[in-house]
Design a protein around this ligand. Structure first.
Ligand code: PLP
Length: 335
């Protein structure tokens, strides 16, 4: 077993003494290259986890390394008092890839939870402007662990230790019947993941997103798509909602958007975002270092033909994994 840096015990001893007791002790990883990572004992692993759907280009990709190094040398951080060319370029790129049209806007954050916090504030602004109240999310959803995003993540083990949560939040089953019954004029926003990762990588029922779009439009509610895990090419389209031919009112992004550099974003569509100066912001969000990496990563995905490769690999894995279900409690084959 690997000894700790001071030679006095194992790295697990150090972790138990110095880190909050929140898990994260599977191995002590020290290096990555392409699809592999190495632990401190020199054991090589084929990395199927990809940093939980983050390392879109694999480890130590030259495009990623160069973008970090060049931008760090030039201008790393300026705060939200200033714009930078990198931030403007990434916002325009995301709007183009998402197909927001002229009306959409982008807010940069540092994580998926923060992107969803921004989306919750978007929903609240909409609720106040329209006299609506309820924010809906789906049973089985995972939207994050900050207090707002946790309120939309209806899992007792995650929520119960931290009650009270946000008021005016309700959860429905991800079924067509539940959807039909739930959307009325009191609903300000519906949050959905096109594929529920935490629930076991379960896609929404066929037609669910399209019907959700029809119903939310009919009742003046926002449809907010959490693409933190499904976005940035992971389903073979840039964003999973694009398979359904719908346009949401907003989508949250993080994970693969900068392939390992912390970056999140909320992208709005149309003219539904009622933010104005003072209603939201972030010190680090959208700094030139993170957004330069985001630009380099998205350009590499776009120019490198990665989306077609994802579709091919997805079909291959799908064929070979019929009947399998991912289980957090199990390491190794789950079928
Ligand atoms: C769908 C979804 N939304 C939000 C989050 C939260 O993102 P983060 O961990 O970057 O805060 C996650 C994280 O796994 C996620 O899968």
């Amino acid at each position: 077993m690997t000894t700790a840096a001071d030679g006095a015990g194992t790295w697990q001893d150090d972790a138990a003494r110095d880190l909050l007791n929140l898990g994260g002790r599977l191995a002590l990883l020290v290096r990555g290259e392409g699809s592999h990572v190495w632990d401190a004992d020199g054991i090589r692993y084929l990395d199927f986890l990809g940093g939980i759907a983050v390392n879109a280009l694999g480890h130590a990709h030259p495009v990623f390394v160069q973008a970090v190094a060049e931008q760090a040398r030039t201008l790393a951080h300026v705060s939200n008092y200033f714009a930078t060319p990198q931030q403007l370029e990434l916002a325009a790129r995301l709007k183009r890839l998402a197909g927001t049209g002229e009306g959409g806007h982008v807010f940069f954050a540092n994580s998926g939870s923060e992107a969803n916090e921004t989306a919750i504030k978007l929903a609240r602004l909409h609720a106040h402007a329209t006299g609506k109240s309820t924010i809906l999310s789906l049973n089985g959803a995972f939207h994050g662990r900050t207090m707002g995003s946790l309120s939309l993540t209806p899992k007792a083990a995650y929520q119960d230790p931290f009650r009270p949560l946000l008021p005016d939040v309700a959860h429905i089953d991800p079924t067509m019947d539940a959807l039909e019954a739930a959307i009325d004029d009191s609903v300000a926003a519906l949050f959905v993941e096109p594929i529920q990762g935490e629930a076991g990588v379960v896609p929404l029922p066929a037609g669910f997103l399209r019907r959700a779009r029809e119903l939310t439009t009919a009742h003046g509610a926002l449809l907010i798509v959490d693409e933190v895990q499904t976005g940035v090419g992971r389903t073979g389209a840039w964003f999973a909602f694009q398979h359904e031919g719908i346009v949401p009112d907003a989508m949250s992004l993080a994970k693969g958007i900068a392939a390992g550099f912390p970056l999140g974003a909320l992208v709005t569509f149309g003219d539904h975002d009622a933010f104005y100066p003072g209603t939201h912001n972030s010190t680090f969000g959208g700094n030139p270092l993170a957004t330069a990496v985001g630009n380099a990563v998205l350009a590499e995905i776009e120019d490198g033909g990665l989306l077609a490769a994802v579709t091919e690999r997805g079909a291959q894995l799908g064929r070979r994994s019929q009947g399998c279900r991912w289980s957090p409690a199990r390491v190794g084959p789950a079928c």
